[in-house]
Design a protein around this ligand. Structure first.
Ligand SMILES: C[S@@+](CC[C@H](N)C(=O)[O-])C[C@H]1O[C@@H](n2cnc3c(N)ncnc32)[C@H](O)[C@@H]1O
Length: 225
């Protein structure tokens, strides 16, 4: 039912700036929008992505050569929001979405299994997002699709240590100067492997962690030189 409403409204919504979409639209489209963000009471590194921060980083990436990527797509809440934002801004950038669409072991409390690449490709089609390419599979295989590309902004939202290690070692050498890799879980006590992987990477590469904050969502990032 929700999908049918989204499908019917997609062509209209794709012409309304995503930052202006009413809060309720986020519920039936499954796209995270600025008006659907509930601020944290106090600064916190947990609680998922803040799409206002993502849009700020996309604005900054506009002046830097290179594609945009998201590692950890799940049902495309943030990927499709970014695809819409780039398209509506008239950006020529390509947006790549990487996910196994297999989620985690059943033992992990939120295991992200309730998705598929079809779900996300379907959403991209509803909004006519030809700028978005989904590459299903585990990162160690799927990243080969972009081994010769450069990146201006990468959103890492994949929770666990090994996946963070793979993302950092693949993308950092492919970032254009000034490009940013943003981490969703660096300060999230539910996913301690993210901080461990980023801190280890910074020690070995000389990169340093910086912080950005919006609506009391505190996220960290590194910038390529
Ligand atoms: C937190 S969810 C992504 C949430 C999404 N960005 C959003 O805002 O709704 C994390 C995703 O990372 C994916 N993931 C984690 N490690 C992976 C790996 N090594 N290869 C492929 N996908 C991976 C999982 O399948 C899961 O869908």
């Amino acid at each position: 039912m929700r999908r049918q409403i989204a499908k019917a409204m997609g062509p209209v919504l794709s012409h309304v700036p995503v930052a202006m979409w009413p809060r309720i639209v986020s519920r039936f489209t499954g796209v995270l929008t600025p008006r659907a963000m509930t601020p944290h009471q106090t600064p916190s590194g947990s609680g998922g992505a803040n799409v206002r921060l993502l849009f700020d980083f996309l604005d900054k990436a506009a002046g830097i050569d290179g594609d945009v990527a998201e590692c950890g797509v799940w049902r495309g809440r943030t990927l499709i929001a970014m695809g819409l934002y780039l398209k509506q801004a008239g950006s020529p950038k390509k947006l790549w979405g990487f996910d196994s669409f297999a989620g985690f072991d059943e033992a992990v409390p939120h295991n992200f299994k309730n998705t598929s690449s079809d779900v996300v490709e379907g959403k991209a089609a509803i909004f006519g997002l030809s700028n978005v390419t989904i590459v299903p599979g585990y990162f160690r295989e799927s990243f080969k699709a972009v081994e010769n590309r450069r990146f201006s902004f990468v959103h890492i939202d994949c929770d666990v240590y090994d996946s963070y290690v793979e993302c950092l070692s693949f993308f950092y050498p492919r970032m254009a100067p000034g490009g940013v890799i943003l981490f969703d879980e660096y300060d999230d006590p539910d996913w301690p492997g993210a901080k461990r992987a980023v801190d280890e990477f910074c020690r070995s590469s000389g990169a340093s962690v910086e912080f950005a904050e919006k609506d009391n969502f505190r996220k960290s990032y590194i910038r390529a030189t």
